[in-house]
Design a protein around this ligand. Sequence first.
Ligand code: TYD
Ligand code: MG
Length: 461
Amino acid sequence: MSKIYFYCKSCGYESPKWLGKCPSCNQWNTFVEELKPTLSKNKPNQYSNNYSKAVPIGSIKNENSQMRPTSDSELNIVLGGGIVSGSVILLAGEPGIGKSTLLLQIALRHNAKVLYISGEEAPSQIKLRADRLGINNNDCIIFNETSSSKIINHCSQTTSDKNPYSLVIVDSIQTLFSDYIESPVGSVSQIKQCCSELVQFAKKSNIAVILIGHITKEGQIAGPKILEHMVDVVVNFEGEKNHMYRLLRASKNRFGPTSKVGVYEMQETGLRPVLNPSTILINQNGSYASGTTIASTFQGQKTFLVEVQALVTRAVYGTPQRSSVGFNAKRLNMLLAVMEKKCGFKLSTKDVFLNIAGGISISDPSMDLAVIASILSSNEDLIIQSKLCLSGEVGLNGEIRPVPRIDEHIEEAKRVGFEKIIISSKNKIIKKIDGIMVIQCSKVMDVYTCISNLLNQNRNE
Ligand code: TYD
Ligand code: MG
């Protein structure tokens, strides 16, 4: 008999009764009612007897698990070299961000046979997209199917072919259903079941599988969070839909680091890797408004220069508003508290808006100094020199903490044409770099003095 159960949409936690807050992931209002999945009596659970013999570790051959680079340089960087055969990768992102575009272009440019399964779009729509990308490749096979067992059967039949699939792409995991459980498509239990069947298939056949998973900001749809622990690699595709730039980063990687980042630009003809992010993320014509500074930040093996914009105005309503796009709102509040308590700036009566230009979101603490400088510049309504950039973390005592790989920050700033860089006095510069002035500060107040001198210079000019 089927039993009613409650599942957390965010992490998959199971409970016999409805809960307001999930005890596992602490999210509010994420529980949905579902029938506890029952295995169909007629159909054997084909995955229950799959386990191989227990063997000593030394006798295991690993020649089958090779890392194969893809045609996409940014994806290779994020994955730590390429796709490992037999691995399962989850590509998560909001709808419309470009997941299908990215994977279709990877499928079309792959140098081996790829199966692209689409439960979301008709084959003609996929062909239209491929025409838009301007690539044709008959080794890219399109399969319009949503039944997990039919997909696995199809793939298993072709493993003995001369030219078997080297990669299977599923767009998206939310559209698949498994015959082995009775639960509606897109429900937590269906997503979990389909994912586990595909994971077992990948391990058994040694074919790599990429799953697309939709997430929404509100976590409305049963999300890829549930799948994170089942797959080998989780890659997140981020960005603002209305902006051109997208960031690809791994949040879990069993075969490589998770620190690397890929940058793409969405163009009319698909996603193009951005090899030199600094030059596109900042306004290089030197005409800045007050409240704008340039931060040098290190994201996954790349030094980026990004434009930080702040707007500080007198609060119209009783409670001042604090809003942040592309930067952690809690960190913004912390920095404002440090400025208020340790540096004596009266910002508690002001509205503060912060924006990272280009629609990208950065979580590196080395942005702190630029955020503070932007807020000060907007508060004083004066323009900071356009040839100055900042890189440093701010602590709760108002101290400026060093950031790793400072030489790379300085070098990148110089390369892009900056004349001055403000960093922490604790940072040891190993390489002397000519042509750029390095200003070292130990406290937020020092930065303020330095910036106000620059502000005064600007005022006098
Ligand atoms: P899509 O890959 O369908 O997003 P997802 O699969 O994540 O839902 O991409 C959607 C957006 O990308 C859509 O608004 C159109 C835009 N786009 C381009 O700008 N250029 C292109 O070449 C393509 C194929 C799409
Ligand atoms: Mg899509």
